[in-house]
Design a protein around this ligand. Structure first.
Ligand code: ZN
Length: 156
């Protein structure tokens, strides 16, 4: 990994892990889902407010877990806020690919988004932590689908 990128990655984890963005219960949320990563004990409860056009107007999360799970959830909320469901799904797909160390399909993604995903995707260097990083994104997919259930990382 590029040393600059590794440094950026560590900074992002530290920053978002210490000061998670959009943390708490979202007033007026109309979608939610929970996620659980039994390997590490990470838990997340995600709240979404989606409008009739399918745009994620606002979102928040609560949870506890390791720094990577919290940082990943925090970064996810920043990236996804204001996106349509289709855009958010593209971001989730690309992030999961990156975190697993796969080539990403950049089709339809802004360069800015790719940079931000790549910074977090550095977690693919630490295979034990991949599920910590992808938990928030899988939970997002579940919440957008309106399932309202609980996602467990075991079924990957
Ligand atoms: Zn974890």
């Amino acid at each position: 990994m590029d040393p600059g990128l590794r440094e950026l990655y560590q900074e992002i984890i530290l920053d978002h892990g210490r000061n998670p963005r959009h943390f708490g219960v979202l007033e007026g949320a109309n979608r939610e889902a929970k996620g659980h990563n039994p390997l590490c004990g990470d838990q997340i409860h995600l709240y979404l407010s989606m409008d009739k056009a399918g745009r994620v107007v606002d979102l928040s999360f609560q949870g506890k877990g390791c720094a990577i799970s919290v940082a990943s959830a925090s970064m996810m909320t920043e990236l996804v806020k204001g996106r349509t469901e289709a855009e958010a799904r593209r971001l989730a797909e690309a992030f999961v690919q990156l975190a697993k160390g796969e080539e990403i399909d950049t089709n339809g993604l802004h360069e800015d988004d790719i940079d931000r995903l790549q910074a977090m995707g550095g977690v693919s260097q630490f295979p034990m932590r991949v599920k910590c990083a992808t938990l928030a994104w899988h939970t997002l997919e579940e919440a957008m689908a309106g399932g309202g259930g609980e996602v467990t990382t075991d079924d990957e």
